[in-house]
Design a protein around this ligand. Structure first.
Ligand code: ATP
Ligand code: MG
Length: 510
């Protein structure tokens, strides 16, 4: 007999529907699965066979052929165990074929027949709904993720024997209900507040502008000046994610297998701070079946690279494409995948190996060659992709010991959110969220400079020999400064602040 069921696998950040075709015929007993299988799916037949036996179903040994289509998609999800088992039981006549119509099955099976959760349920569910499926059967631990997709009835199933009873009408199963609240990615970062940082007004202002417009930032300064401390507080002033942004992030974490505790929608922006020994592959994503890297895991959030010059040159250079395009493309023999990677990059560094180059009070004891060697890894093109370069000086004693409380993250966040709302309204037609994402054409259409601002920019352009890219970046940052000022036009003071934020470190990149 022949039967057909449906399962799913993932490709990049999307789900792909897999047809499971099962044929059971008379002949020499055999059990073959074909269709470009990865090891996890090749091993599936042992799990399925044993799980069916342990579910108490006895079937006669026959010639079983299973085809997973489309044949040109590599199948790597152990979640195909369940549709294979259901397909087999349907072909044997245990489950009526009509009971599996419009149903998608996605779970791994244990030898006992228990359903186990799998990665990537959210993209699988989104794809299933788009393809017209109405029912989704998953393990209990995947339920909340699946329920994020509206228009699908989700069933949490404990084991194969239960599912057989449900599909044969012996047992009822109530659809699962949505959870009450979402998940935050890094709860402890919520305790970090800008109120802890004394002084450093320029650096805080720079981070406020970065948060408002989604701009990349480089913080350079002497050891102990608070660069790491400042950068770790950036998530606390970022505006909350839109529903669409939250879904994008949850999809990525679902595929990477980082959604824990049966979590639902991720509502807090990601903050990733990989160690400087990270490889280029771990940074941009990779593996024989590519998995998302740090640039993708920080999508819609913050990627913090502390001690920037300590990262390997290849890792830093690999950042150029994701920073420019907002996506990263990874090519392998079997597939070329694109992952989203639109984040705020925050980089921190000392200006030289001893850390005191340019310090007002302490002399730097590095030779020019040592400084050159230290900063050489950070190439011009990489620095050019960072809109705001800011020097973080040593905090003054009277500021550090001041009893005046510093401004809280909540107060800064209010201004950031207002500025971001203005941008969202202005950029709604272009389907982007913030000023940093504007292309040259969008910039020309949406940014209006007053005559005073034009004159100032013209003057600076000639004096400092600006490149076309720097010109665009200065306008983008000044647009954000104007948004924080709730100003429709870009005025000369906005341009002046943007220029200062670009050239403060002394690394000559303008
Ligand atoms: N502005 C500040 N207000 C209050 N505490 C501060 C401030 N700046 C630094 N500190 C204190 O100094 C510690 C060290 O700061 P931090 O690690 O951020 O320095 P850093 O600039 O990253 O140094 P390095 O270059 O060595 O990495 C902080 O944990 C904090 O306790
Ligand atoms: Mg530090």
């Amino acid at each position: 007999m022949f039967a057909k069921t449906y399962g799913s696998t993932t490709f990049g950040v999307d789900g792909i529907l897999i047809d499971v075709e099962v044929d059971v015929s008379y002949g020499f007993p055999a059990f073959d699965i074909v269709g470009l299988l990865d090891t996890a799916v090749k091993e599936s037949k042992e799990r399925v066979r044993t799980a069916i036996k342990n579910a108490g179903i006895k079937v006669r040994q026959q010639k079983v052929t299973i085809n997973l289509a489309p044949a040109d998609v590599r199948k790597d999800s152990p979640g195909l165990d369940l549709p294979i088992a259901i397909g087999l039981l349907t072909a044997y006549g245990v489950i009526p074929q009509e009971k599996t119509e419009h149903c998608l099955f996605a779970a791994e099976l244990s030898l006992e027949g228990e359903l186990r959760s799998v990665h990537g349920i959210l993209p699988m569910a989104i794809n299933a709904r788009a393809k017209g499926f109405t029912k989704l059967f998953v393990a209990g631990a995947n339920v909340n993720e699946a329920l994020l997709v509206q228009g699908l009835t989700v069933y949490a199933i404990r084991n194969l024997a239960d599912l057989i009873d449900v599909l044969t009408g012996k047992k009822d199963c109530a659809p699962a209900q949505p959870p009450d609240q979402g998940l935050s990615l890094a709860d402890d970062s919520l305790q970090d507040d800008f109120a802890d940082v004394q002084g450093q007004f320029i650096a805080k202002r720079a981070l406020e502008i970065a948060a408002a417009g989604g701009h990349n930032v480089l913080l350079a300064g002497v050891p102990g000046s608070g660069k790491t401390m400042l950068a770790r507080r950036l998530p606390s002033i970022l505006p909350s994610m839109t529903q669409q942004e939250a879904l994008e992030v949850t999809k990525i974490y679902s595929i990477a297998g980082f959604l824990k505790n049966n979590s639902g929608l991720i509502e807090q922006r990601p903050f990733r701070s990989p160690h400087h020994t990270i490889s280029a592959t771990a940074m941009i994503g990779g593996g024989s079946i590519p998995k998302p890297g740090e640039v993708t895991l920080s999508h819609n959030g913050v990627l913090f690279l502390d001690e920037l010059p300590e990262f390997s040159k290849s890792t830093l250079e690999s950042l150029r494409q994701p920073l420019e395009d907002g996506v990263v493309t990874i090519s392998r023999v079997h597939a070329s995948l694109t992952f989203p990677s639109r984040m705020i990059l925050v980089a921190a560094m000392n200006p030289c190996p001893c850390g005191f180059f340019g310090d007002a009070d302490k002399a730097c004891n590095c030779t020019p060659n040592e400084i050159k060697h230290y900063t050489r890894k950070i190439s011009g093109p990489l620095l050019d992709r960072i809109d705001i370069h800011i020097r973080v000086p040593r905090v003054a004693y009277n500021e550090l010991t001041s009893v005046q409380p510093a401004e809280t993250s909540a107060a800064i966040r209010q201004r950031v959110t207002k500025a971001r709302d203005l941008q969202m309204q202005r950029l709604a037609d272009y389907k982007i969220f913030c000023n940093a994402q504007m292309s040259h054409a969008m910039l020309r259409k949406t940014c209006h400079l007053t005559t005073g601002a034009q004159n100032l920019l013209g003057l600076v352009f000639k004096k400092m020999n600006l490149s076309a890219r720097s010109y665009d970046r200065i306008i983008k940052v000044s647009r954000t400064v104007a948004d924080l000022d709730q100003s429709g036009d870009i005025q000369d003071r906005h341009i002046a602040e943007a220029i200062q934020l670009r050239n403060d470190v002394g690394l000559d990149t303008l």
